[in-house]
Design a protein around this ligand. Structure first.
Ligand code: SAH
Length: 275
């Protein structure tokens, strides 16, 4: 067992100077081919989406409700939001392959009048000037930066609108060196819940609620379905070097969670735009 040691925040920041994220170092087409087969591309569940939704009070909103789902992937949470609100949802993802799968699911469910899929980067969405009531982002904001995303998105929100985002947090200030290094390399913006809440406040929001995602969001709903796809994917893609490397990295990620899940996890943050 490795020694757990307390690493001061400033040391951690300097250890994490390399802000590259996992996805940038991999063959993107492999990543998209793999993840577009999945119902969700990050830890979560319908129950958790609804729990977060329950903290949002939209009774004062006028006109039709509008939700933006940033980094929607294949639309797991988009569909839950459509089933549980009266809103029109614009679902943004940077990869056309994700939006294609989302559109297919949406048409099959007869939700095409309620959900519009748009290929766009969540830091440069085509914006018509009509603010959203809610900006939703499950397991996605880290692609543009937590603080940066929150600051940018105030512009797209109506006054009194909400953000609901899930992001990676440390659960302890004493962490084994192996997981510390892994996170620095792969999720450099990971931090404590209180640090993230401070960033929410500084971006001009009132923190309304935050809660931790239970283990089944990772295991049953994300890693188990992922692991079930590995063998078939390797076979289908002819064991190409990029595919073998990708599967190895995903297996490493799962192994890290199995070993160190007491030290980190996903937190949902719900906050209201003040002005
Ligand atoms: N919200 C989904 C997907 C999370 S994975 C779920 O929880 O299941 C993150 C998603 O963000 C991926 O679908 C990826 O394609 C998308 N993404 C990455 N960078 C992006 C960007 N700059 N703008 C929009 N989407 C992005």
């Amino acid at each position: 067992m490795e020694d757990s040691k307390k690493i001061p925040q400033h040391d951690l920041e300097s250890m994490c100077n390399d802000k590259s994220i996992l996805i940038e170092n991999l063959d993107l087409s492999v990543v998209i081919d793999f993840f577009s087969q999945m119902d969700r591309q990050g830890p979560g569940s319908e129950e958790i989406t609804l729990k977060a939704l329950n903290f949002i009070d939209l009774t004062g909103s006028v006109g039709g409700l509008r939700i933006a789902d940033m980094g929607c992937g294949t639309g797991g949470q988009t569909i839950s939001l459509a089933h549980n609100t009266s809103a029109h949802i614009t679902a943004f993802d940077i990869f056309p392959g994700m939006i294609d799968v989302l559109q297919h699911r949406v048409r099959k469910l007869g939700l095409h009048k309620r959900i519009t899929g748009v290929v766009a980067s969540m830091d440069r969405i085509p914006f018509d000037g009509n603010g959203f009531d809610v900006i939703w982002a499950e397991g996605a904001i880290y692609h543009i930066g937590f603080e940066r995303g929150l600051n940018l998105w105030t512009e797209y929100l109506k006054k009194g609108g909400y953000v609901a985002v899930s992001d990676m947090v440390w659960l302890s200030d004493k962490r084994p060196a192996e997981i510390e290094r892994y996170m620095c390399d792969n999720v450099p913006e990971i931090n404590t819940p209180s640090y993230k809440i401070r960033q929410i406040e500084e971006a001009g929001y009132l923190p309304v609620a935050s809660f931790f995602l239970p283990d089944n969001c990772w295991t049953e709903n994300y890693y188990r379905p992922m692991a079930e796809l590995f063998e078939g994917f390797l076979k289908e893609q002819g064991q190409s070097k990029a595919v073998v490397e990708f599967v190895e990295r995903q297996r490493e990620e799962i192994a890290m969670y199995e070993k160190y899940s007491e030290y980190y996890g996903y937190m949902f943050f719900i906050a209201k735009k003040l002005n």
